[in-house]
Design a protein around this ligand. Sequence first.
Ligand SMILES: Nc1ncnc2c1ncn2[C@@H]1O[C@H](COP(=O)(O)OP(=O)(O)OP(=O)(O)O)[C@@H](O)[C@H]1O
Ligand SMILES: [Mg+2]
Length: 221
Amino acid sequence: MIQLNNVTKSYHTERIETLALDAVTLSIADGEFVAIMGPSGCGKTTLLNLMGLLDTPDAGELLLDDQSIGGQSDRKLSRLRNRKIGFVFQSFHLVQDLNVVDNVEVPLLYRPGVSGRERRRLAREALDQVGLSSRIFHFPNQLSGGQQQRVAVARAIVGAPQILLADEPTGNLDSRMGDEIMDLLKQRHDAGSTVVMVTHDQRMADCADRTVRLFDGRQVQ
Ligand SMILES: Nc1ncnc2c1ncn2[C@@H]1O[C@H](COP(=O)(O)OP(=O)(O)OP(=O)(O)O)[C@@H](O)[C@H]1O
Ligand SMILES: [Mg+2]
């Protein structure tokens, strides 16, 4: 379970302070598929980053499987993240110096007991699922935006993570390819994973069990 209690997060830049999340309380059950919606700048990515242990709240509490995340060392958090969480970033965050199949293998490098051969097999399988078998030796800058997005999805699902966090995973795709990516997220959900997906697309949100709406850093009904 993912539980946020009164979570607040601000960003400080030279001139202004932005309250990105304002006392958000939210609970996502194991195996639930939740869509996050709301206008640009309302805090969706911030929320996902906190759930993905990529950032920490200023105030309030985040619990993962009934364990409070506050006060844990960076090392412990990254171990937890590597073990449990797959992340599709809004801006992909592919490693530019690695080709497609090596990018997809990255999450498996942290798994003990997965051989190089097994890593390659799983990565190719995930790339096959996103329709990129013919591009595995390309580098990210040789791919279109939609293809990079699909590599990011393959990398997020390759380790069959318990929690899958996806930030606009279909934002750069046409409707047919978007539907295929949605089918992959649904497959993860059917396999028992918790899926949290940010989307602007009501049709995509309709695939989820429930939609959480944010406005100006607050949850609205
Ligand atoms: N690193 C940062 N430094 C300063 N301000 C930030 C930073 N990241 C986000 N913000 C601000 O926090 C607010 C929430 O940003 P966030 O990225 O969570 O929005 P979002 O809902 O994901 O928007 P979008 O739909 O455009 O992706 C915005 O006002 C944004 O300008
Ligand atoms: Mg965002």
